[in-house]
Design a protein around this ligand. Structure first.
Ligand code: FMN
Length: 227
């Protein structure tokens, strides 16, 4: 047996304990800074996304409801309604001095060639169509996508039309004994859009009270500042 004392496995070293504490504090500061930076970047991105979405909604509404018609902000004066597709969808209300002057209805038109077609249909207080926008679709490029406003003037065919003009039975494409020309080679897409616009004018005519229900707080905000 050796007479030398065993070296302790651990021993308290104030200098190294201090340096370890310093490293931990430094690491924590780095982690905190990274978390803070990510959080700020995330907030900024969210604001940008919201601003972009608001801008897109505003742009879409203004293409179907002339801005000279109203003094509120329809994108802030909206209500969620089932306009016929079994889903709650936004309806944007346009008012002048608080009085209803029209609305932009979101419609999901079933029966497109590839799938449903999302429409925004602007309708004036007299029930006449002020504008139609195809907001989203999956129709075939070069065929059914001619329903897009930028690709043809076909959507103009609905302007000024209402529930009685043409009569309900004629609110179809000519191929179905209706009054509306279909886009050549894209009868299926055209039929879906005609059906969607017909649904919008019918809904507007029969659900006026729901559409223009008394203003909630959110809707009142839409009247606080100019459009
Ligand atoms: C590959 C392919 C894609 C098509 N895409 C569409 C479409 O997006 N929308 C549409 O209405 N018809 C589309 N069609 C045409 C339809 O099959 C159908 O022929 C047409 O809607 C009928 O219109 P027409 O009577 O004017 O020819 C497509 C056909 C093919 C072969």
């Amino acid at each position: 047996m050796s007479g030398r004392a065993e070296k302790p496995l651990t021993r308290h070293d104030p200098a190294s304990a201090h340096s370890l504490a310093g490293s931990v504090a430094g690491l924590a500061a780095i982690v905190l800074t990274v978390v803070l930076l990510v959080s700020v970047a995330w907030q900024y991105a969210r604001q940008r996304i919201t601003a972009n979405e608001t801008g897109r909604t505003l742009a879409e509404i203004s293409t179907v409801l002339p801005a000279s018609l109203y003094d509120n902000q329809p994108h802030l004066d909206s209500v969620l309604l089932d306009t016929g597709g079994g889903r709650l969808l936004p309806v944007y209300r346009a008012r002048w001095n608080g009085a209803p002057v029209g609305a932009a209805l979101t419609i999901i038109a079933p029966g497109g060639f590839v799938g449903p077609i999302r429409l925004l249909v602007g309708i004036g207080a007299d029930g006449r169509v002020l504008g139609v926008r195809v907001a989203a679709h999956n129709e075939t490029p070069g065929i059914g996508d001619a329903i897009e406003p930028g690709k043809s003037a076909w959507l103009h065919t609905f302007y000024g039309r209402s529930l009685g003009d043409p009569p309900a039975l004629l609110w179809n494409v000519r191929e179905d004994s209706g009054e509306f020309d279909a886009i050549a080679g894209a009868t299926v897409s055209s039929r879906a859009v005609v059906g969607g616009v017909r649904r919008a004018v019918q809904y507007f005519a029969t659900h006026h009270d729901e559409i223009f229900a008394p203003l909630g707080d959110e809707a009142r905000n839409g009247m606080d500042s100019p459009p």
